[in-house]
Ligand binder design. Sequence first.
Ligand code: EPZ
Length: 432
Amino acid sequence: MDQYIIKGGKALAGEVCINGAKNAALGILAASVMTDDFVTIENLPDVRDINVLLQAMESIGAKVERVNRHTARICGGAITSVVVENEYIRRIRASYYLLGALLGKYKNARVSLPGGCDIGSRPIDQHIKGFEALGARVRIQHGMIEAEASRLAGNHIYLDMASVGATINIMLAAVLAEGQTIIENSAKEPHVVDIASFLNSMGAKIKGAGTDVIRIVGVPSLHGSTYSIIPDQIEAGTFMMAAAATRGDVTIRNVIPKHLEAISAKLVEIGAEVEEFDDAIRVVATKRLGHTQIKTLPYPGFPTDMQPQITALLAMCEGTSIVTESIYENRFKYVDELARMGTSIKVEGNNAIVNGVAELTGASVCAPDLRAGAALVIAGLVAEGYTTVEQIHYIERGYECFEQKMRELGADMEKVNSEDSKAIQKFKLKVG
Ligand code: EPZ
């Protein structure tokens, strides 16, 4: 099994370039099969979740050509099946975007129901409510979710919570429904806007994405397009935290600073310097940073996908911080792993009381999920001595070349096979 080995203690410095947004790419890829024309998607991140979704699309007959590492040409015209039952697909939740896409295009879709998740139960009742409002019959049978309709007709849908996935899925089905759909209390995340922009580039008529009311006027068909995905807000935020935690000086390129405002504001509040440029952001920390209170909220609030990374940072800052998780019921599982490195964090319900400690020590830890894995790496970059992070397949779901990018910023970090004692020894000899 691959693992990261890290020797902590180096301040990160230099420049890092951010890849395309994984969560936007997942929706955009699903949407790309809604036309029979060829679609070219640029700035695709080369990460596991994206590659699994592309395989699933191929398994139903879609043509997928990898033009280069970050560009794919896709044609949904060759689709022969609306049943997506790839053995891996249930491991990525966003596979359910194929449900909205295929239901919209073919009025019929069957997709493996995504499995459980380490960050808490993640129901899809709002997706189902939306599809039903458009006229679909939805059933869950034999581990599959099935949606079918003789015709889809626009409707007025009020979401009980501003769910990112439900907003995107309903939008996908509604662009090819007859008449107008209004989604109220829709999610406003940057990737919701990006997916709407992509659909509009294919001829859809969507207005209001990025606000809490989205209006869609159905069109009979969509056409081909070439589209470049926005930069990944969470990858950028993760490097911002790593820069601050290591008391480094890092310029993060290919970002949209507006999408990072909630993250930048917290870093400034605890004493880091954050400088914004047109498409870059520089984070500098020259001293031990201070404490704060954070509550995760839907965009433009502080993102839940940055909660583990900022908690890792606060665990080494001065004073006591409170981190409140309001999106997921169980997103503090990594705290026990961080504790192995000497942190002092007490979880009470949805709150983590983080007592900053002056020093962390390297340990062997295990990534319980994607963002928590990134948080453990950040702690490892600071901890005295060696840290090994296991289960890095979670991290590779969402971060491209994570160890390479960290190394380019000066970190002592490598991916090694846990059985390969020679490689581990070689790393230790190299970094001293
Ligand atoms: C998206 O998940 C992201 N995934 C998640 O990123 C992210 O954590 C989340 O949005 C919140 O920002 C993708 O975009 C692929 P939601 P999603 O529907 O769409 C409840 C990462 O690390 N809910 O906005 O599944 C739900 O249980 C991942 O990259 C219902 O109750 O999130 C949760 O508590 C992890 N019923 C809350 O709403 C529903 O029908 C928000 O979920 C739908 C959601």
